[in-house]
Design a binder for this molecule. Structure first.
Ligand code: ADP
Ligand code: 5GP
Length: 208
């Protein structure tokens, strides 16, 4: 943290970005919320998006739902760390907030796609990235349907794009770990363990 920055009593040097990616329906949101609950001081980055809000979404908690014009204005003002087009809609990570939280020593969780993860890793190379895989392709389709969130047409589109994204994730080389989300509690425990191990390794490195 720069010398001149005001340091709060709760600040630490443990700031880390955790990227969680995976195909739609793999269980990212469910696992992310579990990690957030399981790691004190972790915070979830609320992205802006131009996609339609669904009944399951809470404004300001899951996303900031904005118009296309608003999104473009925010982008031109440099408010995003990264932006990406996913399933034909725009998504962006809030830059100033994320950088501030890292400085405060928080674990900052970004639930973003592979393009976004590549972009964040270029800017913040020590970001730690986990990719969530479904146990099988058929379970991915079942989970997408189980949410009862989208029409069958959109579900099919997300399913096809998800399969392509898994291939991209395997080959792009930026993911530190892959978790097959079979039993939910095991996946959450694994993710928490990976993050805690990584943070203590870094802490030891700083004190060496
Ligand atoms: P994503 O955020 O990756 O699109 P969600 O977290 O919305 O996925 O999960 C998709 C659906 O699958 C949800 O209905 C969720 O409750 C369910 N789900 C998540 N993990 C598991 C699991 N391990 N076993 C069975 N169902 C799961
Ligand atoms: P959903 O519409 O299902 O909430 O999200 C669709 C996809 O967009 C998911 O893969 C999610 O991880 C990704 N996503 C959400 N917010 C962002 C963001 O700010 N940036 C990027 N690159 N992807 C995002």
């Amino acid at each position: 943290m720069p010398e001149h920055a005001h340091r709060l009593p709760t600040d630490t040097d443990d700031g880390m970005v955790l990227i969680i990616s995976g195909p739609s329906g793999a269980g990212k949101t469910t696992i992310t919320r579990g990690v957030e609950r399981g790691i004190p001081g972790s915070v979830f980055s609320v992205s802006a998006t131009t996609r339609q809000r669904t009944d399951a979404d809470v404004e300001g908690v899951d996303y900031r739902f904005v118009t296309d014009d608003d999104f473009e204005t925010m982008k031109s003002r440099g408010e995003f760390l990264e932006t990406a087009g996913v399933y034909g809609k725009k998504y962006g990570t809030p830059k100033a907030w994320v950088l501030e939280q890292i400085k405060r020593g928080r674990l900052v969780i970004l639930e973003i796609d592979v393009q976004g993860a590549i972009s964040v890793k270029q800017q913040i190379p020590d970001a730690y990235a986990i990719y969530i895989l479904p146990p099988s392709e058929s379970s991915l389709l079942e989970r997408l349907r189980s949410r009862k969130r989208e029409s069958e047409e959109i579900i099919q589109r997300r399913y096809e794009q998800g399969r392509a994204e898994i291939e991209q994730a395997r080959t792009c080389g930026i993911y530190n770990a892959f978790i097959v989300n079979d039993v939910l509690e095991d996946s959450i425990r694994k993710a928490i363990e990976l993050v805690n191990d990584e943070r203590s390794r870094r802490r030891q490195g700083r004190h060496a």
